[in-house]
Design a protein around this ligand. Structure first.
Ligand code: PGA
Length: 250
């Protein structure tokens, strides 16, 4: 059975004291984590503390990004080895905000995927089309290209370590969620591409998360879809109440 995952992407929010309070709130509240892996992705400077606070708990930690190089003279960058040393287990790669504001190319993202896996970290790889691409009916083509360019070089063994997050750019932080039909249609398409490239067993084992204005009010319906294995949550992961409600919707 595929792993259900609810991951909270905090983005550039929370100072250290705010972050500790939020982690503590999440630990203190009862989540019905039956069969659901909960992951939080705080900013870099909170990773180590999050690792310590979550030690022995079921909640796992993710970084929001990592450098495309192993180490060296890359001022301001954070390497996969550094992330691993904090106790984090996942890295979000290719978020649309990284692709657009920081001009991260498919080639750079491919390196990040490799470096993350080499460090025994698990990539949460984001893909998604813009509104313009959807209106021009290019969305399937865009998703296929994003997968081919940065993930499909992986072996059958390595692709199974990747979590895919489908996040239509027009739904991120806009309050506009994809309808369940639209989301399910794309998730099924992504799984069909994985089947074509690898095989049914591999495709059936990879978790595909939905992201983009996922909230307590719409999570249950989204998560009930056959190919939606959980969510990557932005805004609603910043309060324990909303995040827990989403986790409990699985
Ligand atoms: P949102 O963000 O839930 O605030 O739309 C999701 C994401 O960017 O991962």
């Amino acid at each position: 059975m595929r792993q259900k995952i609810v991951a909270g992407n905090w983005k550039m929010n929370c100072t250290i004291p705010d972050g500790i309070e939020l982690i503590q709130d999440l630990i203190d509240t009862k989540q019905s984590t039956n069969n659901c892996q909960v992951v939080i992705a705080p900013p870099f400077m909170l990773l180590e503390k999050a690792g310590t606070l979550c030690k022995g708990k079921t909640m796992k930690i993710a970084a929001q990004n990592c450098a495309a190089w192993e180490k060296g003279a890359y001022t301001g960058e954070v390497s996969a080895a550094m992330i691993q040393s904090t106790g984090a287990e996942y890295v979000i790669i290719g978020h649309s905000e990284r692709r657009s504001y920081f001009a991260e190319s498919a080639e750079v993202l491919k390196s990040k995927v490799d470096i993350t896996l080499n460090q025994s970290l698990l990539p949460i790889f984001c893909i998604g089309e813009t509104l313009e691409e959807r209106e021009e009916e290019e969305h399937f083509k865009v998703i296929k290209e994003q997968l081919e360019a940065s993930l499909f070089h992986l072996s059958n063994k390595m692709i199974k370590k990747v979590v895919v997050a489908y996040e239509p750019v027009w739904a991120i932080g806009t309050g506009k969620t994809a309808s369940t039909e639209t989301a399910q249609e794309m998730h099924a398409y992504i799984r069909s591409l994985l089947t074509e490239k690898y095989n049914v067993e591999t495709a059936e084992s990879i978790s595909i998360l939905y992201g983009g204005s996922c909230k307590p009010g719409n999570a249950k319906e989204l998560f009930s879809q056959k190919d939606i294995d959980g969510g990557l949550i932005g805004g609603a992961s910043l309060t324990a109440q909303d995040f827990n409600a989403i986790i409990n919707a699985i």
